[in-house]
Design a protein around this ligand. Structure first.
Ligand code: AMP
Length: 302
């Protein structure tokens, strides 16, 4: 049994940023999440791939000792594809194409060992599929992500899924769109009324904000002078956040605050290079170094 289970997309992306482009870039919410979380906890992936997903693509899961026993390969199928582009505002991705491919009829049947994972992350994928996985797992703490694509086409399904998780982790424009509220504080209040105990709003280069019904915490983003590819920032944030909670094996105010800083730390590394390239050679010492710098950046005395 892994401490942390994730369901989400495993994808082949094509990405263009103002600084370069990559035609075939390993991506997907579950990929970025699990690679990031693997620095903190043992993690298993529930997803589906096609024949075009090569042994070279899959190598990253083995390098990071990620459990792939619930990663299904569909013979003759094509892997999920996403084509995205960023302008100088690196906080907003323009989706040019989304092909669900093997995800279109994916019906996850989880192994017994996946069903007993205490921490579960429902990565960005069809909200109905997120809920099917949630219903099969006997988890203690469940968080989820989503994006504008699903808010546009499956908002009612999505609100149902949000009703059965402990934490929602989304970006600020999605929080506004989802709640149909321009003001973020009002949007947060509305989302919390749908069921989750907590909401984490990712704000790209401006950091992250954390809301419960009676608490608030905010963290800046790490001040980077070179952001190269923001793809996966949200998932690597969630991977650091959930990976740290699974490692700590507790949910309290101070642990959640540290989890947000670990999330921000992991996202800051992820955006320095294309795909998962930076995380592939990241070391625990580098993570610790940046985590401590966050403390210096935010410390003040009264
Ligand atoms: P983010 O962390 O939000 O930047 O997510 C980036 C990843 O999300 C990319 O690698 C894409 O493959 C994946 N992605 C994009 N659109 C979707 C979608 N509609 N459903 C699931 N995954 C997606």
């Amino acid at each position: 049994m892994s401490s942390l289970l994730v369901v989400g997309s495993v994808a082949i992306d094509s990405i263009k940023t103002p600084f370069g482009e990559r035609e075939r870039s390993l991506g997907g919410s579950a990929t970025h999440f699990s690679v990031s979380a693997s620095f903190f906890s043992d993690v298993a992936v529930v997803a589906v791939i096609g024949d075009d997903f090569t042994a070279g693509d899959e190598a990253i899961f083995h390098e990071r000792k990620i459990d792939t026993s619930d990663l299904r390969r569909i013979p003759g199928g094509k892997t999920f594809r996403w084509v995205g582009e960023y302008g100088f505002d690196l906080n907003t991705a323009q989706t040019l194409d989304t092909q669900l491919n093997v995800f279109a009829d994916f019906k996850p049947e989880l192994s017994d060992h996946a069903r007993n994972s205490p921490f579960l992350f429902l990565g960005n994928i069809q909200p109905a599929l997120q809920r099917e996985v949630r219903e099969q797992v006997n988890a203690r703490f469940v968080a989820m992500d989503t994006m504008n694509f699903w808010i546009d086409i499956a908002r009612d399904e999505l609100i149902k899924t949000i009703g059965v998780v402990d934490a929602l982790i989304i970006n600020d424009s999605e929080a506004r769109q989802l709640a149909e509220e321009a003001n973020l504080i009002r949007a947060a209040r509305k989302v919390l009324n749908w069921g989750p105990q907590m909401l984490v709003v990712k704000r790209g280069e401006y950091g992250a904000a954390f809301f419960t019904k009676d608490a608030y915490f905010a963290a800046p983003a790490f001040p980077l002078d070179g952001v190269f590819d923001p793809t996966g920032a949200g998932d690597s944030f969630a991977g650091g956040f959930m990976g740290y909670l699974a490692q700590a094996d507790r949910i309290d105010d101070m642990t959640l605050r540290r989890a947000i800083i670990y999330g921000s730390t992991m996202a800051s590394f992820n955006v320095e290079e294309f795909s998962c390239d930076r995380l592939r050679r990241l070391t625990p010492e580098e993570i610790r170094g940046r985590f401590h710098q966050f403390k210096e950046f935010t410390h003040f005395e009264i």
